[in-house]
Design a protein around this ligand. Sequence first.
Ligand code: NAD
Ligand code: TYD
Length: 374
Amino acid sequence: MKNYLVTGGAGFIGANFVKYLLKKHSDIQIVVLDDLTYAGNLGTIKDDLADPRLSFVKGNITDSAVVASIFEKQPIDLLINFAAESHVDRSIENPQLFLQTNILGTQNLLDTAKKYWTTGKDENGYPIYREGVKYLQVSTDEVYGSLGETGYFTETTPLDPRSPYSASKTGADLIVMAYSETYKLPVNITRCSNNYGPYHFPEKLIPLIINNILEGKKLPVYGDGSNVRDWLYVEDHCKAIDLVALNGRTGEVYNIGGHNEKRNIDIVRLTIATIRRLMEENPAYKKALKSPSSDDISWINDNLITFVKDRLGHDQRYAIDPAKITRELGWYPETRFEDGIVKTIRWYLENQDWVKEVTSGEYQHYYEEMYGNR
Ligand code: NAD
Ligand code: TYD
């Protein structure tokens, strides 16, 4: 049996990962540690918490007493760290919180894992660890910086972060590698491209666009919309993390990406067209519209797009070369973007209660500050 500690398990990818683990493996125990920031929502894993294999602790990854108390209660084998401040725009407004959570939080998790996993010392003074333990850091392709029109990020691409968010994730990666070298702690780092799918908080591009269409609002595209992201369906990402956690070579970095490069403007246009098509095919979906709530949906068109001031230091293009994880672990992205985006949009149309829950409160204030009344 494996005991997992999943931090950030009430957020977008962490919650999808918890659901994936519960479906995939029977002989496991999972503790989720999450501080339930604006991005964390216990409702996302409410039904899963009825499963006796899953338990929840509310707490901050920077709090050493909280993390230690989890290791005291059960013998954790695999620590998967999703917890992070994850939004580039917010990092531009408040960099310090990103450094605290993403760097110091990671260091606190590493220290606690090292302490509880150590069983002795070898003749050179390196710690010896309990069999089968591993720390997995969920990182991002943004640590590699920005690409021009050609080329891909590989695991050996030099780290060159540009935003406070990506700089904090890079800092965390370097600390993880330092623990691997200095203390021989068994670790992996995964670096994935932009995820999309169910339970994505609507401050990120795809869910924000869906949500704005349903609210009859303008669709803000930064700059000229030519920036490129490499989109990965969240379940494909979860599968990759599971493979790396169980079979990845210790000390290695694995890039996870979908070969699904799209310009932002094309994503926005496709989302508009897909929502309209789904509503035309199934008029019951129109119930998800907040305003205007008429039967005529001809207003759902590209005229909703508004080009707004560009993000400061906006990275132009991300694109992952996933050859290493494919070669070593047999992983490949199973979901074609054309299918994944339809599944995602359907999910939002059918789960407006979840959207309402996460967008009440702090979200309204954030949206006003970021976008005004556009
Ligand atoms: P998210 O913002 O949706 O969720 C983050 C979760 O962490 C939330 O539940 C939040 O409550 C929790 N959290 C934040 N600070 C915490 C703290 N100090 N202590 C405990 N819990 C805390 O993020 P996500 O999109 O699910 O991303 C998960 C991880 O994947 C992050 O590390 C992120 O950097 C990385 N990542 C995300 C993407 C993406 O496209 N979403 C791409 C690459 C990498
Ligand atoms: P985002 O989802 O914030 O992810 P990241 O910045 O980590 O890649 O943004 C994805 C792309 O979409 C990015 O190039 C910025 C752009 N974007 C917009 O054009 N408008 C928006 O309202 C948002 C949130 C993002």
